[in-house]
Design a protein around this ligand. Structure first.
Ligand code: GLU
Length: 426
């Protein structure tokens, strides 16, 4: 396997992400003055499913893969969240991501709880046939716990619409009827929604637009540095440049980084990555050491890969006015405090990257009603949700003198706590 083909490691600073979530819950409980009973419930996952999935590999041998699904909290509705395929997946990462999904759906006022799934595997070393058998095998093991009104998975790191199609098909076979609404992020021809594939980036951009107004930043003159050039990072680069005229000056991925102060062409970089496996070596750009991306003199910094990349070590070097978290959990709590004290506007993950699940929710609505929307309707509804959530978080942060993440927690957790009280759980 070539260097550029390697999968990004899950944790770069080795902080246990679920402990980070529990720390964040503790801060939020104190700020909201939550009763201990509520705090106790929200700091623990509601249900965890662990399965072994036997898969016949192409060489004839049988291999058993470990899979997880964590359903974190369903006070607001059926649980929702992606499935990751990653060789370094752990139950703690999935727990943390399931919690963040719970806050994300609540913050965006979606009638949904939060969940996350994962399988320990290296999809880059597997054939399409092996991936299909693994995807169907996972559904065989978890199908009684999921469903359009129970728990609805979606794509995430290293999973895609094709994998959702196989999983939806397997679930439908087991259920004995077509159940398009059991998975979102499906291909358009079998119940997918227009705009879902680029929704995470588009949603982030709508939040960035509002944050730039707050910061008095003209996006036409703004420079962006992007860490990670997968679905979120590459679409953000393209849309920010194409719609708002932002200059993309730096991009890194696992294979290396590139810099051009006059701006990079996002489509050409994408093509280069598709051909070579990495953005590194893109003609006309200077090489950039990955870690140096965070200290670049840019207006907007966009971590768009994995967890724990902005830490207490590199946070003091950040020069951007806005940090837009397209990844889940890229900033540690210590780094959060440092950035806040430096006056940097951090757009927290479960606000900034909520466009994906928001259009997933639109996809569910379209599946249920069997009436499909056009692009304008999807984008308009997405814009409205992302912008109003930004303002709700920003206003809370101003009013309560807390950082944007704490403000987002306060808004999201308050709704979940109220729902739990109304349902008589406390
Ligand atoms: N995996 C995406 C996320 O982390 C989307 C989840 C979904 O669409 O359910 O938000």
């Amino acid at each position: 396997m070539s260097q550029a083909n390697q999968i990004e490691p899950i944790e770069s600073d080795q902080e246990n992400v679920f402990e980070v979530v529990q720390k964040q819950c503790g801060i939020c409980a104190a700020l909201l003055n939550l009763p201990d009973d509520i705090h106790e419930i929200i700091r623990n996952p509601m249900r965890e499913i662990q399965v072994s999935i036997p898969v016949r590999m192409d060489n004839g041998k049988l291999k058993v893969f470990k899979g997880f699904r964590v359903q974190y909290n369903d006070a607001l509705g059926p649980t929702k969240g992606g499935i990751r395929f990653h060789p370094e997946e752990t139950i703690d990462t999935i727990r943390a991501l399931a919690a963040w999904m719970t806050w994300k759906c609540s913050l965006l006022e979606l009638p949904l709880g939060g969940a996350k799934g994962g399988i320990i595997c290296n999809p880059k070393e597997m054939s399409a046939g092996e991936l299909e058998r693994l995807s169907r095998g996972y559904v065989d093991k978890i199908w009684s716990f999921i469903g359009p009104d129970k728990d609805i998975p979606a794509p995430d790191v290293y999973t895609n619409p094709q994998i959702m199609a196989w999983m939806m098909d397997q679930y439908s076979k087991l259920a004995g009827k077509n159940q398009f609404g059991v998975m979102t992020g499906k291909p358009l021809d079998i119940g997918g929604s227009i705009g879902r594939n680029t929704a995470t980036a588009r949603g982030a951009l709508y939040v960035i637009v509002e944050a730039a107004k707050t910061a008095g930043l003209n996006l036409k003159e703004a420079s962006l540095a992007i860490q990670g050039y997968g679905n979120a990072g590459s679409n953000l680069a393209y849309l920010a440049n194409n719609i708002y005229g932002c200059k993309i000056v730096a991009i890194t991925d696992k294979g290396g980084g590139i810099y051009n102060k006059n701006g990079l062409d996002p489509k050409a970089v994408y093509k280069h990555k598709a051909e070579t496996g990495s953005v590194a070596g893109f003609p006309g750009a200077e090489p950039l050491i990955n870690g140096n991306l965070f200290s670049l003199n840019v207006d907007i910094l966009c971590p768009s890969a994995l967890e724990n990349v902005i830490t207490k070590k590199n946070a003091p070097d950040v020069k951007a006015q806005i940090v837009a978290e397209l990844a889940n959990g890229p900033t540690t709590p210590e780094a959060d405090d440092i950035l806040f004290n430096m006056g940097i506007q951090v757009l927290p993950d479960f606000l900034c990257n909520a466009g994906g699940v928001t259009v997933s929710y639109f996809e569910m609505v379209q599946n249920f009603s069997m009436l499909y929307w056009d692009e304008a309707e999807v984008f308009e509804r997405l814009k409205k949700k992302m912008s109003s959530s930004y303002h709700e978080v920003y206003d809370t942060s101003e009013k309560r003198h807390v950082n944007m993440r704490q403000a987002a927690y306060m808004v999201a957790v308050k709704r979940i706590a109220d729902a739990m009280v109304l349902r008589g759980w406390i």
